[in-house]
Ligand binder design. Structure first.
Ligand SMILES: [Zn+2]
Length: 260
C-alpha cells in the first residue's frame, strides 16, 4: 500500500500520453493511471459525449460523417476541445493521461508546442493478437465506463462490469477488415510523428509480451480456457502475454523506476 501511495505522490501533475492501435488496451491502461490520480482524457469518449448532448452542431455532424467514412476530424474542430481539457484546473493540478490524440503530425506538432509532456507510453501488442483476437476472443465493453473484457479477462459475473456494475455489450466496430484498415492507418499516422516524440527522450515502449527467460507468476499471464496463451509475435516465434493485472504491474513498475 505504501508503494502505491508513493507512486501517487510522484505522478501528481504529470502529463502522460498513451499511443497504441485499437485493441491494444489504451483504455484499460488509462484507467490504471486514472487510479493513481491523473485525469483521464479520452478523446473518443469526449466526442461521443458532445454528439450525444448536441447532435446538430457542426462538430457532431462532422464526427458522424468521419466515423462513417473512417476519416479523421479536421484539426480546427478537434484542437480547441483538447486545449479546453488541458487548460482545465484539475488537469493542470492533478496531471492527466490522454489517449486518442494526437492522430496526425499536425496535431502532434500543435500539442508539443503547447504542452511539455512527461511520458509517452507506446503500447506494443503483436498484430496477430490485434487482428485475430478481436473476433476470436469475445470482446465486450461496458456501456458506461467502457472497460473492455474478453475470454482472457472475463468479468466476475457474466455480462456485468466489475468496475461499475453496468451492462456489457459486444464491440460491434470490431470487424476484421475494419481492424486491419485501422491498423494500417494507425501505423502510417504514428510513423509521421513518433520521431518528434522520440527526439525528446520521453517515449517508453510498454510491451505486452513476456520474454522466454522472464520469470512471471502464472496469475499475471493471459490464459485461454485455463491454458497459458501463446501469441504469434511480429518478429516470428511465439510468446506469452501479460493479462490485465500483469500489465498494470508492469506499468506501475516502469513509473516507479522513472519517477521515484
Ligand atoms: Zn463499467
Amino acid at each position: 500500500m505504501e508503494r502505491l501511495e508513493k507512486l501517487k505522490a510522484a505522478i501528481k501533475g504529470k502529463k502522460i500520453l498513451l499511443l497504441g492501435p485499437t485493441g491494444s488496451g489504451k483504455g484499460n491502461r488509462a484507467k490504471d493511471l486514472e487510479a493513481l490520480g491523473l485525469v483521464h482524457i479520452g478523446l473518443g469518449a469526449i466526442l461521443r459525449e458532445k454528439v450525444r448532448k448536441d447532435p446538430n452542431s457542426e462538430l457532431s455532424l462532422s464526427v458522424i460523417e468521419t466515423t462513417k467514412k473512417g476519416t479523421l476530424l479536421p484539426d480546427h474542430l478537434v484542437f480547441p476541445i483538447v486545449m479546453d481539457y488541458l487548460n482545465r484546473n484539475d488537469c493542470q493540478q492533478r496531471g492527466f493521461v490522454m489517449e486518442g490524440f494526437p492522430r496526425t503530425k499536425a496535431q502532434a506538432d500543435l500539442l508539443l508546442s503547447e504542452i511539455d509532456l512527461d511520458i509517452v507510453f507506446l503500447l506494443d501488442v503483436p498484430k496477430a493478437f490485434l487482428i485475430d483476437g478481436i473476433l476470436l476472443f469475445n470482446r465486450h465493453s461496458c456501456i458506461e465506463c467502457k472497460t473492455t473484457y474478453s475470454d482472457f479477462d472475463p468479468p466476475k459475473v457474466k455480462g456485468i462490469c466489475d468496475r461499475c456494475g453496468n451492462r456489457l455489450i459486444k464491440r460491434m466496430s470490431d470487424r476484421v477488415e475494419r481492424v486491419k484498415t485501422r491498423l494500417k492507418i494507425y501505423e502510417e499516422q504514428i510513423r509521421s510523428f513518433l520521431p518528434d516524440l522520440e527526439a525528446k527522450g520521453i517515449v517508453q515502449v510498454l510491451t505486452i509480451t513476456v520474454d522466454d527467460d522472464e520469470a512471471i507468476r502464472n496469475k499475471y499471464l493471459k490464459k485461454l480456457k485455463g491454458e497459458i496463451y501463446w501469441v504469434q509475435t511480429d518478429r516470428g516465434g511465439k510468446a506469452r502475454m501479460l493479462n490485465y493485472e500483469g500489465m498494470r504491474k508492469r506499468l506501475y513498475r516502469i513509473l516507479e523506476e522513472k519517477l521515484i
